[in-house]
Design a protein around this ligand. Structure first.
Ligand code: SF4
Length: 252
């Protein structure tokens, strides 16, 4: 068990290490209580390639919100089959079903924070319960929130978030993709630089910011997986972030 001080010191040391070295350390230290998440978009391919090159059987969590582009689902199927990956799809808790059916078309527009919470944050929290480490693909150059992240981040519940690509840039991703001849998400060439759910993603220009097409006009840049929202395990602690009254939730 690493102390908070040891983790901070290692995190500093990892600032000058390669992503592969950081992933190898995490796999050696935490296997089998370790998993990674992937959204199966173009920029996810390098991390997926590196991690599964080290541990082909690692659990790869893919959050199936029900709002994905068909191309994303087919790309996930193709890569999982071709690379023989251990992909596990995550879904919202069925106790939200009545609420979700009532608001299915309007929820991403009227309350995207609640929509992301029940479709992404909560399923990932549940999947990672009991895990010791979670490898993610966030980078400092992606958003203002991610700019302040650390390579190793210890959560209150003891889960260690490992961010091996934190220091990488868009150019590093492109270079690795080319050098390793990695496949691109089928919508990438159509201008979808950062792929999310269909109601919340638009195509952008080649010179636009990578994540400029996400939640446009909704004052939102993060889904909640990489914010304080993820640290709170009880909806009561985060419901002030939602606009919609969630009393309709069919909690049993
Ligand atoms: S990205 Fe949009 S559709 Fe997907 S879970 Fe978040 S708000 Fe809902």
């Amino acid at each position: 068990m690493l102390s908070r001080e040891q983790i901070e010191s290692l995190s500093q040391e990892f600032e000058t290490r390669t992503p592969q070295e950081i992933i190898q350390w995490a796999a050696d230290t935490f296997w089998p209580e370790i998993a990674m998440s992937s959204s199966f978009q173009t920029q996810s391919m390098p991390l997926l390639h590196m991690v599964t090159g080290i541990r082909r059987d690692i659990r790869v969590y893919f959050i199936d919100t029900g709002y994905h582009f068909w191309e994303t689902l087919m790309f996930r199927e193709r890569i999982a089959a071709e690379w023989t990956l251990n992909v596990i799809d995550l879904y919202r808790d069925p106790r939200w079903d009545v609420f979700a059916r009532l608001h299915i078309r309007t929820l991403p527009l009227e309350d995207p924070n609640l929509c992301c919470y029940l479709h992404k944050v909560q399923p990932m929290q549940k999947a990672l319960k009991g895990a010791k480490a979670w490898i993610t693909g966030i980078r400092r150059d992606q958003t203002s929130v991610r700019a302040h992240a650390k390579i190793l981040e210890l959560q209150e519940d003891g889960l260690l978030k490992v961010n091996p690509l934190l220091n990488w840039t868009k150019a590093d991703i492109k270079k690795y993709m080319e050098e390793n001849n990695l496949p691109q998400h089928p919508l990438y060439e159509k201008g979808y630089r950062s792929m999310g759910c269909a109601p919340c993603t638009i195509a952008v220009g080649v010179d636009d910011d990578e994540r400029a097409g996400r939640w446009v006009g909704r004052g939102k840049v993060e889904c909640g997986l990489h914010t304080e929202m993820f640290a709170h395990k009880d909806i009561a602690e985060v419901k002030q972030e939602f606009r919609m009254d969630v009393k309709e939730m069919n909690q049993r």
